[in-house]
Design a protein around this ligand. Structure first.
Ligand code: AQP
Length: 336
């Protein structure tokens, strides 16, 4: 069986960007394919500590898994849920892959440049986490890795590291699908990138200081609606969908399409060419707040015990699969 794999860092409450870009697509894919595919959903808690953790990491980890359940994830024996730190093979393989990856390729990673920008010094984890990510993917021979747009460069890096390894040591790793195929599998036209509400040139991020820039999944729905109403748009007369020239209003159209699961074309057709900026904002504010009401209601019904039981099953599976692959790698490297 092929494997679909994804993870979201648990360093704080998630944003609407994380939800629409990564969490919801994964839930939809899992529900659609988990009869015929392995589905691995893990919390990369070792990735979380490359930056400050807001709150208690253990609790954040459990909450992040609850988000998947609240977003409608259906569980069967092919769905595996685990914590990265409970599967030591991730760190072990990361070290080995560090000896295959090059400084030059890691230096080119946009996320590294953005996360280290302006800092006099940053921790080595910020530089090296794409290699840990490669280990996360390759240990389970994952073909599909549904992620937001910002992480696609890391999938390409994973492919390069795996190809280089296989070329030198034999066919040890399954190569994840290339970007185009990943995007097609996700059923979207291009990788998803939700923008910052105040500065729509940038992506919406958990760590952005300005509260109005981001919608958090624990925001009170009326507060989230207010943030949408005050989102930056533009000073043109008519609504146009164009991320290059009109990122603010395009972001709102995009959010509306993703939340209501309506084709983007249809949403754009309804609003494009009209002067109804205010009405469009109200519509999106409504959709966001309705989504949060439903989501938060479901979240409150999920217990820690439910999640801990899933970890128990998933971590047993993950250790078995990952250790087997690690042994193959160690043999290839003559460590064993
Ligand atoms: N704005 C976004 N639009 C679409 N997808 C997004 N993702 C993040 N932001 C957006 C996707 O969410 C997943 C998990 O991200 P992560 O927490 O592991 O790391 P990140 O990309 O660093 O997320 P943030 O919100 O920007 O966190 P901070 O501010 O802490 O650095 C990934 O699939 C990502 O693509």
């Amino acid at each position: 069986m092929k494997t679909i794999l994804t993870g979201i860092r648990a360093n704080s409450v998630l944003t609407l960007g994380n939800y629409l870009g990564a969490l919801l697509p994964m839930v939809r894919l899992s529900n659609k394919y988990s009869k015929d595919y392995n589905v691995n959903i893990f919390v990369p808690d070792l990735h979380s500590i490359i930056s400050d953790v807001d709150g208690d990491l253990k609790e954040n980890t459990i909450r992040t898994l609850k988000y998947y359940l609240a977003a409608g994830l259906e569980i069967n024996e092919n769905v595996h849920i685990y914590r990265q730190s409970r599967v030591p093979a991730h760190s072990e393989l990361c070290w080995i892959l560090n000896c295959v990856a090059t400084m030059g390729e890691l230096n080119r990673m946009t996320q590294y440049k953005e996360k280290s920008d302006g800092k006099a010094s940053c921790n080595v984890g910020i530089f090296d986490y794409p290699v840990l990510m490669a280990a996360d993917i390759l240990l389970y021979s994952a073909t599909y890795v549904p992620l937001g747009e910002d992480q696609f460069q890391h999938i390409e890096l994973t492919r390069n590291i795996a190809e280089r390894f296989n070329h030198k040591f034999g066919e040890v790793f399954i190569i994840p699908a290339e970007t185009k195929e990943q995007v097609e599998f996700m059923g979207v036209e291009k990788p998803i990138r939700i923008r910052d509400l105040v500065n729509p040139e940038k992506k919406m991020s958990k760590s952005t200081a300005s509260e109005n820039s981001k919608i958090m999944l624990d925001d009170e729905p009326f507060k989230a609606a207010k943030k949408v109403m005050s989102a930056t748009t533009d000073s043109f007369v008519e609504v146009q969908f164009d991320f290059e020239k009109r990122p603010g209003i395009s972001n709102l159209l995009y959010i509306e399409a993703l939340i209501t699961d309506t084709p983007l074309d249809e949403v754009v057709k309804k609003w494009q060419g009209t002067t109804r900026y205010g009405e469009l904002k109200k519509q999106v504010a409504n959709s966001v707040s309705e989504m949060l009401v439903e989501f938060q209601k479901r979240l409150a019904e999920i217990s820690d015990k439910q999640v801990l039981e899933l970890f128990e099953f998933g971590e047993k599976y993950a250790n078995e699969v990952a250790n087997q692959k690690l042994i193959e790698v160690q043999k290839a490297f003559n460590l064993r």
